[in-house]
Structure formats: C-alpha cells, structure tokens
Design a binder for this molecule. Sequence first.
Ligand code: PLP
Length: 430
Amino acid sequence: MYSDPISVAAAEAQALTLDARDPLAGMRDEFLIPRHSDGSEQAYFCGNSLGLQPRATRQALADELDDWQNLAVEAHFRGKHPWMPYHELVREDLAAVVGAKPHEVVAMNSLTVNLHLMMVSFYRPTAQRHAILIERSAFPSDHHAVASQIRFHGFDPASALIQLDGDANGVIAEDTILRALDEHGERIALVLLPGVQYLSGQAFDLAAITQAAHAKGCQVGFDLAHAAGNLDLRLHDIGCDFAAWCSYKYLNAGPGAIAGCFVHERHARADELPRFAGWWGHDPATRFLMRPQFLPAFGADGWQLSNPPIFALAPLRVSLAQFRRAGMAVLRAKSVALTAYFERLIHAHVPDVLDVLTPADPAQRGCQLSLRVKGAREAGRSLYDHLHAHGIVVDWREPDVIRAAPTPLYNRHIDCLRFVRAVRDWAAAR
Ligand SMILES: *Cc1c(COP(=O)(O)O)cnc(C)c1O
C-alpha cells in the first residue's frame, strides 16, 4: 500500500488516462483474460511464456471440426478454408510479423525440430571449420540441439561449442560477440543466437551480428522464440541465413503451437543443400505425381516434411490476423512506451526491492523486464508467491529471476501499477 494516499490516486489516474489514450486498447477485448480466484481479471505478464487465447480461436477450431464432420476428405479442396493450401493462408501475415518476403517463411513443426532441420542444411562442418557460437546461458533446448548436431557430425562439443558469457545481469555486450568472431571466426561454421534472450530479456543487434559473422564466412541463424511478435523484425534485410521461432509465446497460437521458420531468399533455390526431405517439401506442381525423386519447393516451403496439422494452423491464422490488424510498428511503439512506464514505476516506487536486469535502452530489449529481488533467493520466491496470490501472473526462472512481460496486445498501464503496488505491499509486510 502507498503510504501517501494522494500518490495512489494520482498514479491510478495517470495509468487510466494512458490506457484510455492507447490506440490498441480495443485489442484487449479480443482476448480471454483469465480470472483470479476472487473473480477479477488477472494481471497477466506471462505472454512471453504462453500468450492468451484470442476469443476467435474457439470458433476457428470448431469450423475445422465441422468441415471434417461434414466434408471429410473433400475438405481438402472445399469447405470454409480448404486444407490443401491451408498453410498458405498464414504465409503473408507470418512474413509481415518477422519482416520477411512471403516465400521466405513457413509454418511447420515445432521450434526445436526446426532448429535441427535448419542445422542439417546450414551447419555443414569441416575439419577446419566446425564450431558453433552460442551463449553460455542459451535455452536448454538450443544447447541440446547444437551439442547433438556437433556429435552427429563426429565432433566434440567440448571444443566445438564456443559460448559467450554475459555480465552479472546476464547481458552480453555486443563487443563480446564481435571479439569472439574476430578471435574464432575462421573455425566457426554457425552462429546461433537469440533475437531476445529468454532470461535477461536482452535484444541483440541482429543486423550487426549477421554482417560480422558473414564477413568471417560463418552461417548465421537466430532463435526468435522471444522476438517473434515482440520486436519489429526485418529478417530479409538483416540477411541471416535462417531463423526459427515458436508461436505459443507472443504469437498467442496456443500451447505447443505450430512453429515458424525463415530461410533467406538467397537459399530459395539452393537445391544442392543437404536437407532432410519429406513429400510436403516437394515442388507442389508435381507433388501428387507421387514419384520418388525429390525436387524441393521454392523457398522456405522446401523444408517442409509432412502435410500440415490443420488444428494447429487454425489458431495461428486467427492470431496472425490480429497482428496484421494491429501492425507490428504500432504494436512495437506501444510496447516500448508500456515497458518504459513499467520500468519507471519500479524505479519510482520499489527501487530498494527490485533490480532490473534487462537493459534500459529500448533498442536492447523487447517488452519483458527481468527482475531480481534484492537479498536472498528466498525473498524472490516469496515475492513471486505473493504476486500469484494476488492475481498477478509472472514467471520464475531459476535461480532467482522474475520475468514480467507487459505485452502490447492485451496488457494495460493499470496492470503495471497493480504489479508495483503488490510489490510494495509485500515489502511493507516483511
Ligand atoms: C521457448 C523456447 C524454446 C522451446 O522450444 P520448443 O521446441 O518450442 O519446445 C526453445 N528455445 C528458446 C530460446 C525458447 O525461448
């Protein structure tokens, strides 16, 4: 509770004014906001982990069940959204979200699967050049994926995995990356870094990394799990060789949603690249001639394996249409302002309780702030429990980080104020 009741009223009035002026305020109504046990809406800050359900998703799934029921196999060609070309329904919107050309993106599989498929083509180690550059605190799945790829090719991760270290907040200086490329560039086959680091919330300069890595002859891929739908990306211009992301975080396509993949257009006709092939990656013009020869489809489509899961694509189609209506530039502008407001509240009202680990520069972060409670790890866990008990949903990452992501599609300024007030209550009661 604020000690000064006037400041509470003033802060609340300001938050409500900012929410009333929000050009995207109406988007929140398109989502189902989970309720706290007292019946009020949660302040949901976990869009970086599992985005909320758009209201339209249920009907979109029901439509596909209806088509299956009524048309069965015929639904591949007719029905509300014919299944045969279904993955093409998401292509334009998916490309817009990540700043790619439509033929550079495809929705398929899951994130880790796509990282492996991309590495089959873009991690081509030789005796002289077989290292992979990643961060030491990379998401475990990325670690497992690169280490297993290195072993698959007969090399040893102990020497072939070059890992970047961050500072005490987990932030990796751009200089650290450039120095690693300078020092080891000739033996690095692949640079695989995140767009936004999942733990620290740091966003990287993807264009600068790509340019420096290409200058050393390395291939470059990005894991955009925490960047897709969060940053206003320009993948085509950035020029990386590939990127992969999941769609259940900021993209709100539901638990385990179908993932996304980007292959730069310079590889669109690289039919000689090794790849793990399947019939859905075959040129659609001759796919159904059912011949054994494989002719890759043009662009990212050529990496598909199987015919796509319609029940997974339907929620993604709904979600991407929302992103189209909002526009990534407008979303990002709100996001920058909302996160700055959130940070200002933390610095103004609970500076002796929370450290912000995420860089303050908006160009070096998305919407997420990673927070550490000053004092023992137990304090962090206790605050986390207090927030949840009051309907404020954040997440906890071992050993001592609370992540809170005000997402611009459905979070409000008043949610941020509710968070800060709860932190003050908790600190006052200790
Ligand atoms: C969320 C996340 C994953 C999850 O991988 P899945 O294959 O979708 O289970 C992987 N890597 C990073 C960096 C993530 O943030």
